[in-house]
Design a protein around this ligand. Structure first.
Ligand SMILES: Cc1cc2nc3c(=O)[nH]c(=O)nc-3n(C[C@H](O)[C@H](O)[C@H](O)COP(=O)(O)OP(=O)(O)OC[C@H]3O[C@@H](n4cnc5c(N)ncnc54)[C@H](O)[C@@H]3O)c2cc1C
Ligand code: FES
Length: 258
């Protein structure tokens, strides 16, 4: 898919909780096509410490408003600086990057979307894409506590939502792989994004239950286009750049110890 370097304008920067912002960007021309699971490399302007762009998933594309949304967790200098953008500011992005999730061929496919922490970000756009093809998504979202469970209203508008928190402040207490929905309902396909230990646990569950599964890896990235080799992952076809060949992989391709 063709990639674009765009100067987009901030339409909104919503502080969801102390550690998360939702940044909405637009331009006068229609935004290019973007697929669920793809990401953008966002330039962080005005920082003395962050020189490389930061990879952030496409959270949602609002075609009516001609907006692309990015859900950002504030973890270091780059994301903290990015979180200070105001309405009217220009944000330079390279997008769409990487390969997205596979949409099932048949609408009867029972799909489960598992997100952990800010790894829920790509699940919103994916959920909508699945619903458009007739697959009603079920979401299983996990976080440390209720404050880290984001966009629940938007997820609820697309499908059933189940939650877990480590401190038990919302949903079932524990990890996503412990949730009762995994015992009570049958799924044909699982999509997951979040911390690596969570994705490995989900992949292990999927493999044991013989369910097809795609994971979106968040390896450390710099260039985002396969030039610097800093994001490599070992697969059944050798070492590949996650930014170019992924970030979405079927678990069958990965050499994780699961
Ligand atoms: C494909 C992809 C999609 C992502 N989507 C999102 C998203 O939707 N929302 C979100 O909040 N975060 C997302 N991330 C993670 C995000 O890129 C990092 O949190 C961010 O780059 C940290 O930058 P920083 O300057 O704030 O932190 P730093 O001070 O640089 O580091 C803080 C932490 O972030 C990690 N990190 C630093 N640089 C990178 C990097 N270039 N790539 C990956 N991890 C890094 C470090 O290991 C460290 O643990 C995604 C990462 C990838 C690879
Ligand atoms: S980030 Fe440079 S090769 Fe992937």
């Amino acid at each position: 898919m063709k990639k674009y370097i765009l100067d987009l304008t901030v339409t909104e920067n919503i502080r969801l909780h102390s550690n998360y912002v939702l940044i909405k960007l637009t331009q006068s021309d229609p935004l290019p096509e973007m697929l669920p699971g793809q990401f953008a490399e966002i330039r962080v302007d005005g920082s003395n410490t962050t020189f490389l762009r930061r990879p952030i998933s496409i959270n949602y594309v609002d075609r009516k408003a001609n907006e692309v949304w990015f859900l950002v967790q504030l973890v270091g200098d780059g994301t903290r600086k990015l979180a200070t953008v105001q309405k009217g500011d220009i944000v330079n992005v390279v997008l769409p990057l990487g390969h997205g999730f596979t949409i099932p061929a048949t609408p009867e496919t029972k799909v489960l979307l598992v997100g952990g922490g800010v790894g829920t970000a790509p699940m919103l756009y994916l959920g909508e894409a699945l619903l458009k093809t007739g697959c009603k998504p079920t979401f299983l979202l996990g976080a440390r506590s209720a404050n880290d469970l984001l966009q629940l209203e938007q997820f609820g508008a697309l499908g059933d939502v189940y939650t877990t928190t480590e401190d038990g402040s919302m949903g079932e207490k524990g990890y996503v792989t412990m949730h009762s929905v995994l015992r009570e309902r049958k799924f044909d396909m699982i999509y997951t994004c979040g911390p690596k230990p969570m994705m490995m646990a989900v992949a292990k569950y999927a493999k044991t239950a013989d369910i097809d599964c795609e994971v979106s890896l968040e390896n450390t990235m710099a260039c985002g286009v396969g030039a610097c080799l800093c994001c490599v992952e070992k697969t059944d076809e050798g070492h590949v750049c996650v930014c170019k060949e992924g970030p979405v992989f079927n678990i069958k391709k990965l050499l994780w110890q699961i």
